[in-house]
Design a protein around this ligand. Structure first.
Ligand SMILES: [Zn+2]
Length: 219
């Protein structure tokens, strides 16, 4: 596939200060300090990792898909992409990426979209928006449904056709592929390891992913 570039990281997982496996379908929330490195590993391949980022000191200053796309003049995210906030802050920079392309147009699955995309009886199936909400309520720092805005779908393949159509396709990620970012300020990360069973983005089988964090200096 043209335009897909693999850039590897030099960071050693043994030196990570944090490592955690997020089970299939579960949310995860944690703060990164300015300068820390953050990696998401697609352990089994083809797993969509729905992710939101916030300025850790002001949750109203949050990841903006629109500003990120505009700034880089490209709809896909990969190495070199600066993840821009609604206030124009660079929250993180993607510094390595062995998958090569990530989506930020497809949005997060919700019980409503389960009905629209699939069927009425899919409404009550577990969805990312519910996972996000559950995580911010448990985080208990005053975030609500209003704070759940347009997200990134790491490892998700949503190509745009020459006619401008969005198509949800089989993943382009394989087991062990990863994406790595450097926090450019203190950042709150919110992940829904997508529980969706009806979409080829997860190969109809949600699987665990791993998150790792390294301290910046000498990492
Ligand atoms: Zn989802």
């Amino acid at each position: 596939m043209s335009g897909i570039n693999s850039v590897e990281s030099k960071l050693d997982p043994v030196k990570a200060v944090y490592s955690q496996v997020i089970p299939a379908g579960e949310p995860w929330i944690r703060e990164l300090k300015n300068g820390q490195y953050f990696r998401i590993v697609d352990l089994y391949g083809n797993q969509a990792v729905d992710t939101l980022f916030y300025n850790a000191h002001d949750y109203s200053d949050r990841y903006s898909a629109q500003d990120t796309i505009q700034q880089q003049c490209n709809i896909y995210l990969t190495t070199g992409t600066k993840l821009i906030s609604t206030n124009g802050t660079v929250l993180l920079t993607i510094v390595a990426d062995t998958c090569g392309r990530h989506d930020t147009l497809g949005g997060a699955c919700a019980t409503e979209s389960n009905v629209v995309r699939y069927a009425l009886e899919k409404r009550h199936m577990h969805a990312c928006r519910d996972s996000f909400l559950k995580a911010v309520i448990e985080w208990d720092h005053g975030m609500t449904k209003r704070d759940i805005t347009s997200n990134i779908n790491f490892f998700m393949n949503v190509p745009v056709t020459p006619e401008g159509k969005l198509t949800f396709e089989d993943g382009i990620s394989d087991p062990g592929k990863y994406v790595e970012m450097r926090a450019e300020t203190d950042v709150l990360v919110l992940i829904s390891n997508c529980p969706q069973l009806n979409n080829p983005c997860n190969a109809y089988n949600p699987t665990p992913v791993q998150v790792l964090i390294w301290d910046g200096v000498g990492a």
